[in-house]
Design a protein around this ligand. Structure first.
Ligand SMILES: NC(=O)C1=CN([C@@H]2O[C@H](COP(=O)(O)OP(=O)(O)OC[C@H]3O[C@@H](n4cnc5c(N)ncnc54)[C@H](OP(=O)(O)O)[C@@H]3O)[C@@H](O)[C@H]2O)C=CC1
Ligand SMILES: O=C(O)[C@@H]1CCC=N1
Length: 263
């Protein structure tokens, strides 16, 4: 995700010299420097030195250790903290970083890699208007951004758009496999399934019409789509999706809780 954000920022005109990256593996550092021209450091403290914004893009499971390591320097510099970690709450990060700070918590997704990401952001009360604009600029480079008024909503956002690309990939895999089983070549099934996802996605974002309206327009009365949709309905499709989204939302809370029991 961090590489996607770096790529997005550079694509939108940020200078490589304005970005410093921490990455614990030396070979990965070299690759990042080669690919993006940014300064890279194996030591987190070196990357944070002098920064006005620090983006925390590590796994939730290592967030506490990384924050504690950065604590003295962060408290000296008091930069804007931007976290993309699933589940980890602002109050936890402030505690591990040694006190209150301006923090923006956000949830991007992997289409950020091609500038087609969707990110929701939440700012705590210590974030200034300038810092809010800075966080927005950072994530705008990855695609659509929306602000949510309540931190708890980020767990739902994670379950919707953070994890969401995987749900669409799963559906495309299932469609591809079903068509392959019915006799299409793997290549043809894959190309048609992927292009159908692209076309449907573009109609959703470009037509201004709801998913329900677009769905109804495909569904000729008594036709093939109706047969498929009735089969989905009989198998409890909506309930299956609602349960999956709820499982993802609950896991966000569990990731946060797990960090408390590991301390
Ligand atoms: N993947 C996704 O779709 C999304 C992920 N997120 C969130 O983004 C965060 C990162 O996820 P993702 O990009 O998938 O994970 P990755 O494992 O790809 O990225 C994590 C990065 O952190 C580095 N790292 C590991 N330990 C440390 C450390 N102690 N100090 C500094 N850097 C360290 C890793 O280096 P190395 O590879 O060398 O171990 C790696 O480059 C997570 O918190 C996740 O919840 C949010 C939205 C979507
Ligand atoms: O699966 C995860 O935990 C991360 C957060 C959202 C997408 N990937």
């Amino acid at each position: 995700m961090a590489a996607s954000l770096i790529g997005g920022l550079l694509h939108k005109g940020s200078q490589p010299s304005s970005i410093a990256v921490a990455e614990p593996r030396a070979e990965a550092c070299q690759e990042l420097s080669r690919r993006y021209g940014v300064a890279t450091y194996v030591d987190n403290l070196d990357a944070v030195e002098g920064a006005s914004t620090v983006v925390l893009a590590v796994k939730p499971q290592v967030m506490a250790d990384v924050c504690r390591q950065l604590q003295p320097q962060i408290q000296r510099q008091r930069p804007l903290i931007v976290s993309i970690a699933a589940g980890i709450r602002i109050e936890q990060m402030e505690r591990w970083l040694g006190g209150t700070l301006p923090v923006v918590r956000c949830m991007p997704n992997t289409p950020a890699m091609i500038g087609a990401g969707a990110t929701a952001l939440y700012a705590n009360g210590r974030v200034s208007p300038v810092q809010r604009a800075e966080a927005q600029h950072l994530l705008d480079a990855a695609g659509l951004t929306v602000w949510v008024p309540d931190e708890d909503q980020l767990d739902t956002v994670t379950a919707l758009s953070g994890s969401g690309p995987a749900y669409f990939f799963l559906l495309v895999e299932a469609l591809e496999n079903a068509a392959f089983a019915q006799g299409l070549s793997r290549e043809t099934a894959r190309a048609l399934a992927a292009q159908t996802a692209l076309g449907a996605g573009r109609m959703l974002t470009e037509s201004g019409e709801s998913a329900a309206t677009l769905r109804q327009r495909v569904t000729s009365p008594g036709g093939t789509t109706q047969a498929a949709l009735e089969s989905f309905g009989a198998d409890g499709f909506n309930a299956i999706v609602a349960r999956a989204v709820d499982a993802a939302r609950r896991r966000g809370g569990e990731l946060s809780q797990a960090m408390e029991s590991n301390k």
